[in-house]
Design a protein around this ligand. Structure first.
Ligand code: FE
Length: 198
């Protein structure tokens, strides 16, 4: 990913498809192998890693502070080797939103594959020009009094949102908090809902 231009992304996609079909034809790649890897990135490895960090930060103030000030060390605690992530914290006063205006830079090791809309020109421009309207259309109402900070990712620096811990979760253990944390909440286009509520 990195600094690839969208046209370069298309070129890469074509190359990957070609390589995939050659490997399949030669019997070096099971037909569903790539799908399985993609699926793992989408649903397990990816967002799960970020969700684990968020759940631990909600449960442990010392870890939370470290995640916000030294994400590399905090992620290493979870067995992740990743050194270009800044974690930004949502508060009642501030909501954070992550975008890559230039292309589609995204913290793959912690969030997995980016959703398709993340790469869309509309998201990339409107996140900056009218974030409040964009979030409203995505179902997230941020009141005028709450500041929206937009973080523009680059090849050098990626961002992840630490969402607000939802009410009604005081009794939950770290492991029980993990499945509540969604990818969208860590991008900043959603908040984490109280369990049992939509
Ligand atoms: Fe990018």
């Amino acid at each position: 990913m990195g600094k690839f231009h969208p046209n370069v992304d298309k070129y890469v996609v074509s190359r990957v498809r070609a390589l995939e079909s050659i490997l399949r034809d030669k019997g070096l790649l099971a037909p569903d192998a790539v799908d399985r890897i993609v699926e793992r990135y989408e649903s397990d490895t990816g967002p799960m890693a970020g969700a684990r960090a968020v759940a631990r930060a909600w449960s442990n103030p010392t870890y939370r502070q470290r995640l916000l000030t030294n994400s590399t060390a905090a992620l290493a605690d979870l067995g992740l080797d990743y050194d270009s992530l800044v974690v930004v914290e949502n508060t009642p006063q501030v909501h954070n939103l992550v975008v890559c205006t230039l292309c589609s830079c995204y913290p793959w090791p912690v969030l997995g594959l980016p959703p398709n809309w993340y790469k869309s020109p509309a998201y990339r421009s409107r996140a900056v020009s009218e974030p409040r309207a964009l979030l409203r259309e995505l179902g997230l109402e941020i009141p005028d009094g709450r500041e929206i900070r937009v973080w523009d990712s680059s090849a050098e620096m990626r961002y992840m949102v630490l969402p607000i811990r939802p009410g009604g979760t005081d009794g939950l253990h770290e492991d029980q908090l993990i499945p509540l944390v969604t990818r969208d909440a860590m991008i900043g286009v959603a908040e984490v809902a109280t369990p049992g509520r939509a």
